[in-house]
Design a protein around this ligand. Structure first.
Ligand code: AMP
Length: 277
């Protein structure tokens, strides 16, 4: 497994692999890897799989969150090697954002709701860096997790609209045994904080069960989740919404393409989760 710090060296490697007839997959990450990330590596079709590790400053609307983002590159490299990853791109910030660069890529509409409403500029940061990574790797496949469902839909829209050749591979959300959605940010929680945070998945699964039993409107489900979480000490609910998966618009009646998504704060850490209904 080779580590690349420059676009030039990475492109040379990819060119060689393509000449030998290989396809290329990309798994973009911000590092501090867990099973959720590794599951994306495993989902890539037959190809040479590359990962990128880049804590993208442009997508952090909260400076403190950026500064507190956990990193452990040596551990990450060990995990990726075990998964048989072919190469890892770990650029310096200036390699992605050279001095004087100003160009931005945005996906209005999908980026303005849910997470976008609470994290101004976040998705423009995501789509700008993803567009850059697609231009650098020109991958055949790129894997994104349903953990960040809105991000996944925005990237799919980006690919359609900007006519990227890449095929997006969706990875199901991977959870801890407690139900807590795996996230690099979980590392910032205490033991108790993790246990408190796992209430979010419990609430979402309760809503899912209620929807399965029928007769539930999205207002009922949202009330169910917020009532449940209001009784858990140490959680602050930021939002809970039921949307249509394709365009992320609010749903009234629950159908097969409905998904419930929520964001909470625990111990000063912002966490998200979602599940299909
Ligand atoms: P991140 O490092 O948080 O930017 O995540 C990199 C990729 O891993 C994104 O496509 C995420 O959606 C995905 N991912 C993160 N956590 C999980 C999880 N628990 N299950 C599935 N995918 C995940």
């Amino acid at each position: 497994m080779r580590v690349f710090k420059t676009i030039e060296s990475l492109r040379a490697e990819i060119l060689g692999l393509r000449r030998d007839g290989h396809q290329i997959s990309l798994v973009p990450t911000m590092g501090y890897l867990h099973e959720g990330h590794l599951s994306l590596v495993r989902r890539c079709p037959e190809s040479k799989v590359f990962a990128s590790i880049f804590v993208n400053p442009l997508q952090f609307n909260d400076k403190k969150d950026f500064e507190a983002y956990p990193t452990d590159v040596d551990r990450d490299l060990g995990l990726l090697k075990q998964e048989g990853v072919c190469g890892v791109f770990i650029p310096h910030t200036e390699e992605i954002y050279p001095r004087g660069e100003v160009s931005r890529v945005s996906v209005p509409g999908l980026s303005d709701v849910l997470e976008g409403a609470f994290r101004p500029g976040h998705f423009e940061g995501v789509t700008t860096v993803v567009a850059k990574l697609f231009n650098i790797f020109e991958p055949d496949y790129a894997a994104f997790g349903e953990k960040d469902f809105q991000q996944l839909r925005i990237v799919e829209k980006l690919v359609t609209d900007l006519r990227y050749r890449v095929k997006i591979v969706r990875g199901p959300l991977v959870r801890e045994e407690s139900g807590l959605a795996m996230s690099s940010r979980n590392a910032r929680l205490s033991c108790e904080g993790r246990s408190i945070a796992s209430s979010l998945s419990k609430a979402l699964f309760m809503a899912k069960d209620a929807a399965k039993r029928g007769a539930s409107t999205s207002d009922n489900l949202r009330a169910l989740v917020s009532d449940y979480l209001s009784k858990v000490r140490g959680i602050e609910l930021e939002y809970v919404e039921v949307v249509t998966e394709s365009d992320l618009s609010p749903t009234k009646e629950i159908g097969s393409g409905s998904r419930i998504l929520a964001a909470i704060w625990v111990e000063g850490v912002r966490l998200i989760d979602n599940t299909p209904l």
